[in-house]
Design a protein around this ligand. Structure first.
Ligand code: A2P
Length: 357
């Protein structure tokens, strides 16, 4: 079987990577449709060397499409993906629109691929910061049991989209030219105040909840529970997060402290486990100053882990440092990887009782 694949949000930061990852994937592609807003309709982008004209994303454009890879923002997914499902297309959604719906599997293939078998038309791709943390922690959880995660993130500007990234780069130019930096997008387009990100740190990603956590922090906590335990509210695994936007172009960093159920566990055993974990590259050699960095992770599909250290005062607990390309494993690669697994398992069918939002 060959598939007609639509990329929704093809002109965006993640969209450009979706095109590239689909070009490199094992999916037999019959036809590609590149979709964006009216503003981009008529422009051209290339797929495997062939020029493709961008179409405006409307409900009708999904006629005849088998698979949709979506990254055009939550509101667009909410409106258009049910329309695509109605027309028989299975959707893999990179936005947060449906992640917490019990009918929608939230999947990191290395962790919970089996959830794909339950899909009813829409599969959600988790938040970028959650994905790389799951890839690194699941093998440890499987082998030794996991009781608590405390994470602080260092998230790159590209995670906020192409326009936001462009703004940070132009702020940097202004700063170096001795001009005043004027933030218009960061920390969040939809919030009241804006600050420059260049040469700065912003401890706000997405809007704030009533309890003082940012929505990004909320996502990391609840998505982790849903992916690892199947239930976003399961209290067995304790998770807490602080999310910070940093002036890095591509590549999210995470300082993770975790408590296992095994008080005799050593850092060596954790490293041995990570060495053979799917999707993980252990980069941990302090004597030679080897550790994961955004600049060296950029363009790679893997999740890089290093700085593994035991907390000497709390046996069974550890610190480590995780970096991955937020546009690839954090977004486009995980999305295409899910699509590959759907194809391999013959799951590109909308069931008789589809989930329509
Ligand atoms: P466009 O370039 O036409 O605005 P990013 O996350 O990098 O900001 O990219 C967002 C993507 O979502 C772009 O491809 C953008 O297309 C697309 N997009 C934004 N609004 C809409 C919309 N209303 N309908 C379809 N695509 C949209």
């Amino acid at each position: 079987r060959e598939y007609t694949v639509a990329i929704l949000g093809a002109t965006g930061a993640v969209g450009s990577r979706l095109i590239e990852q689909l070009e490199q994937s094992t999916i037999p592609v019959k036809k590609v449709k590149l979709l964006a807003s009216k503003r981009s309709a008529g422009k051209q982008l290339s797929f495997k060397g062939q020029a493709i004209t961008i179409e405006e994303a409307t409900p009708e454009v999904f006629e005849g499409v088998d698979l949709v890879l979506a990254s055009a923002g939550g509101a667009v997914s909410k409106k258009l993906l049910p329309e695509a499902v109605k027309r028989g297309a299975v959707c893999v959604d990179n936005t947060s629109a449906f992640r917490m719906e019990p009918e929608v599997p939230l999947v990191v293939p290395e962790v919970n691929e089996q959830a794909l078998f339950e899909h009813r038309g829409i599969v959600a791709n988790p938040n970028c910061s959650t994905i790389q943390m799951m890839v690194a922690l699941e093998p440890i959880r499987q082998k030794f049991g996991l009781e608590q995660i405390i994470v602080s993130t260092y998230q790159a500007a590209s995670g906020a989209g192409q326009t936001a990234l462009d703004e940070m780069l132009s702020e940097a130019k202004d700063y170096l030219n001795g001009e005043t930096m004027e933030g218009k997008i960061f920390p969040v387009k939809g919030d009241k105040k804006h600050y420059p990100l260049a040469f700065n740190l912003l401890p706000q990603i997405d809007v704030f909840e009533e309890d003082g956590y940012s929505h990004e922090e909320w996502k990391m906590i609840h998505e982790t529970k849903k992916i690892m335990q199947g239930d976003m509210n399961d209290p067995k695994l304790k998770v807490t997060a602080t999310c910070v936007r940093v002036p890095v172009v591509i590549g999210h960093g995470e300082s993770v402290y975790f408590k296992t159920a095994d008080t005799t566990l050593t850092a060596e055993q954790v490293k041995e486990t990570l060495k053979t974990a799917p999707g993980v590259v252990l980069q941990d050699d302090p004597a030679h100053q080897e550790y994961p960095q955004p600049l060296t992770a950029e363009g790679k599909r893997e999740t890089f882990v290093g700085r593994v250290r035991a907390d000497k005062e709390n046996p069974g607990s550890f610190n480590m440092w995780i970096v991955s390309d937020n546009l690839l494993k954090g977004a486009a690669w995980n999305t295409v990887q899910i699509a590959e697994r759907l194809v391999e398992n013959d799951l590109v069918h909308v069931p008789a009782d589809p989930y329509l939002g």
